[in-house]
Design a protein around this ligand. Structure first.
Ligand SMILES: Nc1ncnc2c1ncn2[C@@H]1O[C@H](COP(=O)(O)OP(=O)(O)OP(=O)(O)O)[C@@H](O)[C@H]1O
Ligand SMILES: [Mg+2]
Length: 502
């Protein structure tokens, strides 16, 4: 890329430490006007930390931040936003209980003497950006793509020169992703500088002008995306050759035969989201469920796990070992051996101010139905240590709180918290969202080991290569029910996708 003389924003020798340990160390980074810059690296590499320093969310321990050549010391994100730097977080920062319009004009409501004015103004603004979002809706009602539109709108509204996205595409459908990158190109054409973090390497190679790679908090390289390929990126991320057999099943590994029927649902229905859904899952194998976001996959899983209730009448049945079940609370499902590992880790997955060990212990307690402090502190520690090791959870300290972990490592804690319950049926909802290439492999190995151990493993994913690689049988969900089943031999990406959208 031909880069103009002056960067829009840059960091010189930036470091950030927590209790004396470096999260990023001596990192240089720059972004030019009209540039799309991808930031890549393994879980815990320091990507979120670096971007938070750019956006005034945290202060560098050492080093200096410049905006258009001027040294900056942002007090907080609001300060950075005033200066023209907006950040869209890994977990959304919108206020869920407020409307779209209130979120857009947060802190500026005083300029509107009536709510109506606020809505009209928001409506016009969103329309001007071609965003189909109703400004009067509560943000809690929006899907991931729409929430992102609101965040982008807020950035544009503040005339941001720099917009930073932390894993923006993780929960978008293929069409929404296309739309998102089209938007980035519109911003680029206006001279906005864009930084985005992603674990989907192809995405970065295809849409970024330049790529920066961090590893263990250090800057490894910055290069034109056109001069890189997937191998080079992975090599730089992990620091060694990681043979890229991620999504190709090991030669000779046979699909597993089905064991006993462990769980089945019949005519399961919930409002208009789950509609007469029927299927079974078997022990000793992995059942993959593919469906686009919004196809009812997650709701079906949540009904099974007692998190959400099916319709009171004509809601269908859930059978575990042939016996009908109707759980009133998730603990009942857990005590019966059903684990559901949520896609929405921030809201449902863990207690963020507790340590890794305490979270795993909470999972243990829920399974045994015991309360209080029955596990001794030393036993609690050793159970935690075991899981931290087997899932390779990385934190700066053993006693780290979950909120202090990187996104991908939080996901691992959510998994550990459920597996400590020794379930017989385990439903993973998007198990590798936000997880780096190396850790995807580890999690896939874990899922395979669970199935080999005889568990009924269900993997819900909207990532086709993941479904094709893992599944012993593949179910496709569309508009609230399973519409097709494929054996892995028959299945192709095209056939599955066709079933999912038609
Ligand atoms: N508030 C905090 N307190 C202590 N350690 C922290 C805190 N925030 C981040 N860290 C640590 O800093 C390191 C870098 O984390 P960061 O969130 O930047 O990683 P990341 O590259 O964004 O990873 P991911 O892809 O998993 O989101 C990690 O080891 C993390 O545990
Ligand atoms: Mg992160």
């Amino acid at each position: 890329m031909k880069t103009p003389a002056a960067p829009l924003i840059n960091i010189k020798s930036g470091s950030k430490t927590y209790q004396g340990v470096y999260a990023i160390r001596d990192v240089d980074f720059d972004l030019y006007p009209g540039e799309i810059h991808a930031l890549l690296g393994e879980n815990g590499a320091g990507k979120s930390t670096l971007t938070k320093a750019l956006a005034g969310v945290l202060e560098l321990s050492e080093g200096q931040l410049f905006l258009e050549g001027q040294a900056q010391n942002f007090k907080d994100p609001r300060d950075a936003l005033e200066a023209g730097i907006a950040m869209v977080f890994q977990e959304t920062s919108l206020v869920p209980t407020m409307t779209v319009a209130q979120n857009l004009y947060l802190g500026e409501e005083k300029f509107f003497n009536r709510l109506r004015g606020l809505y009209i103004s928001a409506q016009q603004f969103l329309q001007g950006l071609n965003f189909g979002v109703d400004p009067t809706l509560n943000v809690a009602m929006l899907g991931a793509a729409q929430k992102q539109m609101v965040e982008i709108a807020r950035a544009v509204l503040h005339n941001a020169k720099v917009i930073i996205f932390d894993e923006p595409t993780a929960s978008l459908t293929p069409e929404e992703k296309q739309h998102f990158f089209k938007l980035l190109n519109d911003l680029k054409a206006k001279g906005v500088g864009v930084v985005f973090i992603s674990h989907a390497l192809e995405e970065a190679l295809e849409h970024a002008d330049r790529i920066t790679i961090l590893r263990d908090g250090a800057h490894i390289l910055t290069k034109d995306a056109a001069d890189m390929d997937r191998e080079m990126v992975i090599q730089a991320m992990v620091g060694r050759d990681l043979s890229d057999k991620l999504y190709s099943r090991h030669a000779g590994s046979a699909r597993r035969a089905r064991g006993r029927k462990v769980l089945s649902v019949e005519n399961l229905s919930m409002q208009n989201i789950v509609k007469n859904n029927s299927f079974s899952v078997y022990g000793g194998q992995i059942t993959g469920i593919f469906g686009l976001i919004g196809s009812g996959r997650t709701e079906t899983a949540k009904i099974i796990a007692g998190v959400v209730k099916r319709d009171f009448s004509h809601g269908g049945e859930v059978y575990l070992d042939g016996k009908p079940q109707r759980y009133r609370i998730p603990e009942q499902a857990i005590q019966n051996g059903i684990a559901y590992i949520t896609e929405d880790r921030k809201i449902e997955g863990f207690f963020e101010t507790m340590t890794i060990g305490e979270n795993i212990y909470m999972g243990d307690l829920a399974a045994t139905g015991k309360s209080g402090t029955l596990l001794s502190a030393s036993r609690r520690k050793s159970v935690a240590a075991e899981w931290i090791k087997s899932l390779n959870v990385k934190a700066l300290s053993d006693e780290a709180k979950v909120v202090e972990l990187s996104g991908g490592n939080q996901q691992k804690v959510v998994i550990a918290k459920s597996l400590v319950q020794r379930p017989r049926v385990v439903i993973f909802d998007e198990p590798t969202r936000g997880v780096d290439v190396g850790a995807i492999q580890e999690i896939h190995e874990l899922l395979n080991a669970l199935a080999d151990d005889g568990l009924a493993v269900v993997v819900i994913s909207s990532y086709l290569p993941e479904i094709l690689n893992l599944s012993d049988r593949i179910l496709v969900e569309r508009q609230g029910r399973i519409v097709e089943e494929f054996s892995p031999e028959q299945a192709t990406e095209a056939k599955i996708m066709y079933a999912a959208v038609h």
